[in-house]
Ligand binder design. Sequence first.
Ligand code: 5AD
Length: 350
Amino acid sequence: KLQPLIDKLHENHILSATEYVELLEQRNPEDTEFMRKLAQEEAQKVFGNRIYVRGLIEFSNYCRNDCLYCGIRRSNAKADRYRLTKEEILACCRAGYGFGFRTFVLQSGEDMGFSAETICDIVKSIRTEFPDCAITLSVGERSRESYEAFYRAGAERYLLRHETASEALYEKLHPKELTLANRMRCLRDLKDIGFQVGAGFMVGAPGQTVEHLAQDFLYLAELKPHMIGIGPFIHHQDTPFRDCPDGTLEMTLYCLSILRLMFPNVLLPATTALGTIDPRGRELGVEAGANVIMPSLSPKEVRGKYLLYDGKICTGEEAAECHACLENRMKYIGYQIVTDRGDYPGWTRE
Ligand code: 5AD
């Protein structure tokens, strides 16, 4: 019964808020499978059976923020804090380069122990040693001037999830010093500067309704990001949301398919959180329209410390094991991990 709506989404790449709500509320196994197939086809039209791989380097878990859902929030005194040095980060890149990775994602909490200058210095060193690689930053909210400096230093992508496009829900998930307006300002600045920009949200965040998800889709339609990161909310035992139910595999996959139909060219990862709520989560994500995976390149000693949620997979593995494992998993479902920067189709540095 949702087929007409799904066809409309497939053709127009957009629906109204009430139509998104209907699509989400009336979901059922038959229509889900119908949309999943269309989304997988759409991804294959653009990317074939190629999966882009991004080496994730979680270089600090210090964070000035206190997001209620996140395990590395500042008031979690149990978090075992660490920072990697520039040399340690470069060593991660060298290992990743050897596996064929041509994108490095430098992610951290909002750690002001890394000044804009320090981050620029790290970016420049990576840029010099690996001129054929893309550098993605994911270090949170900073000033426009800092973002400009990052871009000049050689970074070309930036991940910053908007978390929710609803002002009301944003306030329930975050302490009052964080605002949706500033988050959106950051995303707008990043796009203006020329970055390939990634936004996104958690599926099943505490208090999230289908109306909120509809708002997320409409916000993304307006922003037109190059990348969209979504994954299920997963509780963390040392946060205020410890007793909240996790997001579901089924809803996350459904949202991935919607996003693929909305944005045929978008870089859409099957995230670690998706792999955490189901052992085949990432494979199912690819089959629902995702085309990117982001294995960790972080040193084994710190992997178990970058814990945004409970049960995170691959915390005891070496980077090489993770890479081999994912390569096999992708092969098994008929996909191939490629050695490619995997830029957004048509993107060039201005
Ligand atoms: N469960 C799932 N995802 C989370 N994130 C943070 N905490 C959690 C959690 N408990 C996501 C946020 C953030 C990204 C880095 O990780 O969306 O933007």
